[in-house]
Design a protein around this ligand. Structure first.
Ligand code: HEC
Length: 162
């Protein structure tokens, strides 16, 4: 009897923990000193990424890129998006959004990654991680640990200050 009650309590705790984990968007980390990709320009207006973006990888994520997109738990990858101002080759326009993926094994509905969207000011933008994020990453790059970019995105700017 006692074991049954214990089991029930453990189940409830696990349930609550997973709901809390799914609902919470972590604060945006200080990513400016992480490894930064080359400048990426998307000129297709139908693309979600129309504009200019840079990818930032923390130490763990960078290790993951170096081992052929096998990312250790806790890896964080951030993308900063800017509008296009005038000519595509000219300087970046205003920032328009930030997105983050964080490797978190509790996020079983989204391939073991936490997906989060932020406004240009770094406030959670309330995007649905499954509908607005995971479905596309899952469809296109499930064989690359759901990550599109690769180590080559970080080596193009060799010798150039980020
Ligand atoms: C329609 C498809 C699509 C949707 C929807 C989408 N992404 Fe992506 N995402 C991409 C593509 C394509 C790239 C690669 C960009 C590049 O190579 O520079 C990418 C890159 C990323 C990266 C950098 C790591 C990687 O995979 O290269 C992060 C982080 C990211 N997306 C998070 C998100 C989040 C969070 C959402 C939801 C708010 C989201 N994405 C929605 C297509 C999508």
């Amino acid at each position: 009897m006692i074991t049954k009650i214990k089991l029930l309590i453990i189940t409830i705790i696990l349930l609550v923990a997973s709901i809390v984990a799914a609902a919470s968007v972590p604060p945006l980390p200080d990513y400016k000193k992480w490894k930064k990709s080359s400048r990426k320009v998307v000129t297709d207006k139908k693309s979600l990424f129309y504009g200019i973006h840079y990818i930032y990888a923390d130490q763990k994520a960078f290790k993951g890129y170096k081992s052929d997109n096998r990312f250790p738990e806790g890896s964080r990858i951030i993308v900063e998006h800017f509008n296009i101002k005038g000519d595509v080759s000219s300087s970046d326009g205003p920032k328009n959004m930030i997105v983050m993926m964080k490797k978190d094994k509790r996020q079983t509905a989204t391939g073991g990654w936490l997906y989060a969207g932020y406004t240009a000011k770094g406030k959670p933008s309330g995007l649905d991680p499954v509908k607005n994020c995971f479905e596309c990453h899952q469809k296109e790059v499930s064989s690359r640990d759901y990550v599109f970019s690769g180590i080559s995105d970080f080596q193009v700017s060799k010798g150039v200050a980020p």
